[in-house]
Design a binder for this molecule. Sequence first.
Ligand SMILES: Cc1ncc(COP(=O)(O)O)c(C=O)c1O
Length: 439
Amino acid sequence: MPGPIWSDLGVAPVARRGKSPPMLGFHRDTQGRACFSGTPLGNLLAAAGTGSPAYLYDLDAIEQEARAMVEAFGDPRHEVAYAIKANSAASIIRTVVRAGCGGEVVSGGELDLALAAGVPRERLMMTSVAKKDAEIDRALAAGIRAIQIESVEEIPRVAARARALGSVARVSFRINPGVEVDTNAKVATGHERAKFGIGLDELGLAWERADAEPAVTVVGVGAHVGSTLKVVESYLDSARVVCQVAKARLAGGKALELVDFGGGFGIDYGMGPLPSPAAFLAAARALAEQEGLGSLGLVAEPGRSMVASHGVLVASVVQEKRVQKGRWVFIDAAMNDLVRPAMYGARHRIEPLDSLPSGSAVRVAGPVCESSDDFGEHVLAEPAPDAVVIRDAGAYGFSMASEYNGRPLPAEIFVRGGRVASVSPSPGPDAWVARRLGA
Ligand SMILES: Cc1ncc(COP(=O)(O)O)c(C=O)c1O
């Protein structure tokens, strides 16, 4: 007998007095319609009036996810720093901040957005292998928790900007731990050929340079080895190297405030359950304590696992095409709206919006003039439904969207309590035409 439908969503129901708990995150109602909090996504789309393609996000599910992570870290000194690149919508940033998270940013734009959306400055980490001077200046002026230094060459650059502004830069070394993890090569960042982080062989020189710079204080050491990690052990492999480096630094009589183990927790894209983010975070905390680093602040930088499962992309079916070897179903969402399949070979489940999947395998694609604009094989009835839902699209979906092929950015719809809380409409094709005419 199948369990309750929310049990495989990784999201427990919120108890409300006198009412049965709402089902948070993506689920189907008794008629088979795709829903958030019991409300069909089709109704939410109609209420928002945006048309398709449109992203919908369940803010209640995101908040619950964020709270579970903060609780798993279980100490106000420890920081779940939401990686804003995963989804930079202010409604989402505000939601995770309310749940107790800080933030991790990778550009001056993300920094300004995070501050304006209410992430406390002292809870922000900034990362990037090539920060421009203006971006370093913004981070220094804001007084964020730490600028993550990714190379020996960056140390004098940050020091020079701090001297120019009459401040002292709080920095954390992002090391490259030389760890290979089981993930797509395009999101593996902690191996020796990657552009990220200070190599272990460069570390001695990096400490020397930083210690000789009065305008720089090293407050931490960290790493991020990649995304979509499937096992906690991969996270710990990197975390152990970070701990060794931190311990050696402390043994040399230097102070440290934090160790940062990065993000990267995978989610179930339909291939079977993975360890929960809480399992990664609890293991990280246990490791730091075991290593005698329990008195330091721990930082983790999850992005995908906070939002991916709680966002979907809804698209309309435009047309079908029969060929000798099967059937194509063309939809009005494309690789410009969700690039993960084209870029990483990622698979997102595509299902009918208003009924349970049934029928035969068809190939689903968008209208963009690239063979890689192909969402793969999915089960859809013949004729195809009017609309489909592309699941697990909350992370690296809208934030990687482009206007390629003259296609405007998609709409975004934010849902709270089963109702539309706010809408970010698509700028529409006219805005694109007007801008390109001015180019
Ligand atoms: C430095 C850093 N931290 C955190 C993240 C977030 O990773 P994820 O979304 O897989 O949790 C990334 C992703 O690219 C990153 O580069």
